[in-house]
Design a protein around this ligand. Structure first.
Ligand SMILES: NC(=O)c1ccc[n+]([C@@H]2O[C@H](COP(=O)([O-])OP(=O)(O)OC[C@H]3O[C@@H](n4cnc5c(N)ncnc54)[C@H](O)[C@@H]3O)[C@@H](O)[C@H]2O)c1
Length: 424
């Protein structure tokens, strides 16, 4: 399925499952694209479906609404009027929903991480291969502006050979995890209370894997992963439980360590470091550090910086502007300003949703395939295994079954397609 192009869809008929904090953002983006018909909205909560449907008032979209019971999403997947299912539900529901969608002839687009267990990662791969349906994880950070710039620069050799890269998800979600009005049924807190490792690896990892041709010329070989103690979550749970019985079941748990650091070695001897901490008061960072034989880049703290082997300091603002002019990828030249106007994490969400639809409408391969979804997500269970065994080395499976040697690197360059119009 790497490089696989499904038959063109002139009109992409979409159904959405999961309309909490994330789903409506994708829905809003889709309302702005030509060639899209929104034919289904589903959430277990009727109120969430109704609220999302309001976004479509006055438009030509007339979706069927599905809600009320925990299996209502199956009806959406069974619908004959839907080609594509967008899934933005809690992590442990992604795979059952994606599998059912593909089995019913739909392309599945799944929020991050696509899967929670290794078995689930394999199920995605096997089902996508058998049904010939796309299964893409919606890793929006692959479409952020600095990430796209550095991908294009890497393709043109600016960094020389990439020898090492670092990524992360450092985002203080302590308050949101304990907010009764935050995640549905406190699902994210429960994940944090029962697993120990990097349970949200893909934001930092995805763009680095694209840049380093992982699954497409190189392969992850093994990892070692270390977590420190939990210094924040149990304390927070006890503090809240002292005032509100609701939080009592969330005390006495084995919360994951504040900081997890995972190191990955690839077959060709390159390394990747990935961190996860969503309970310390870090300033938001995905690091995005690239070390090559000829150049280097570092995104955070913002703004991103770049240098090369002719210098011992970061490039000046003026030099950066020249670099951006020279290496700005076509997708940003064409859609960047529009994407910023629509917004969604600074525009990257819109850029991704536009690109997905444009690829489907033009019959082009997607930038992220099912092997990427499986591999990037697998770092969670593999890191948990390493953490549980005093950071011992854990082999990383080859979801491509050897095709990584011949799969073509991804280029988000817009050489084909780019025809989908936007109506603001
Ligand atoms: N890529 C990003 O930048 C980004 C940002 C936020 C969230 N996410 C991802 O999006 C997903 C959803 O996160 P969220 O923050 O929206 O969580 P949320 O809890 O706000 O939303 C989840 C929704 O799923 C619904 N749901 C639960 N069970 C269901 C069922 N059986 N059938 C149908 N709907 C059901 C809930 O009612 C809720 O509305 C997660 O995978 C998360 O990691 C990604």
């Amino acid at each position: 399925m790497s490089g696989y192009a499904a038959p063109k869809l002139d009109m992409v008929r979409i159904g959405f499952i999961g309309l909490g904090q994330r789903g409506p953002g994708h829905l809003n983006n889709m309302t702005k694209l030509e060639g899209v018909k929104i034919n289904g909205l589903c959430d277990i909560r009727e109120s969430s479906v109704k609220k999302a449907a309001k976004l479509l008032d006055g438009s030509s979209h007339q979706p069927v609404l599905y809600s009320g019971d925990k299996d209502a999403w199956k009806k959406l997947c069974e619908s004959k009027d839907i080609d594509v299912v967008y899934i933005a539900t809690p992590w442990d529901m992604h795979v059952p929903m994606a599998l059912y969608a593909m089995e019913h002839g739909k392309h599945a687009f799944v929020e991050v991480p696509a899967a929670v267990t290794l078995d689930q990662c394999w199920q995605l791969v096997e089902t996508s291969e058998r049904t010939r349906k796309h299964c893409m994880m919606l890793e929006n950070c692959c479409y952020d502006f600095f990430e796209l710039l550095t991908l294009n620069m890497a393709r043109q050799g600016y960094f020389g050979e990439i020898v090492h890269a670092e990524g992360a998800y450092l985002h203080n979600l302590l308050g949101l995890n304990f907010d009764k009005n935050g995640y549905w049924d406190m699902w994210r807190l429960k994940q944090n209370a029962t697993r120990n490792g990097n349970i949200y690896p893909t934001h930092g990892l995805g763009p680095l894997c694209q840049l380093m041709n992982i699954n497409r010329g190189d392969k992850m070989d093994y990892l070692v992963s270390m977590s420190g103690n939990d210094f924040s979550m149990e304390k927070k749970a006890e503090e809240l439980a002292g005032k509100d019985d609701f939080f009592k079941p969330f005390t006495g748990k084995n919360y994951r360590g504040n900081m997890n650091t995972t190191s990955i070695r690839t077959k060709s001897g390159r390394t990747i470091m990935i961190q996860h901490d969503v309970s310390s008061p870090n300033i938001y960072s995905r690091i995005h550090k690239i070390t090559g034989t000829k150049g280097t880049a570092l995104k955070y703290p913002l703004p991103g910086k770049i240098s090369n082997d002719t210098k011992e300091s970061w490039l000046s603002d003026k030099e950066m502007q020249e670099l951006e002019k020279k290496y700005q990828p076509a997708i940003v030249k064409k859609m960047g300003e529009l994407a910023k106007e629509v917004g969604g994490h600074g525009g990257m969400d819109f850029l991704m949703d536009w690109r997905v639809i444009d690829c489907l409408r033009n019959g082009l391969p997607l930038d992220q395939d099912v092997y990427d979804a499986a591999l990037w997500s697998s770092i969670s269970p593999l890191s948990e295994k390493s953490v549980a065994n005093r950071s011992s080395a854990v082999d990383i499976p080859d979801f491509t079954n050897g095709s990584w040697k011949t799969n073509k690197p991804v280029d988000i360059l817009l050489e084909q397609g780019g025809t989908t119009k936007v109506k603001l």
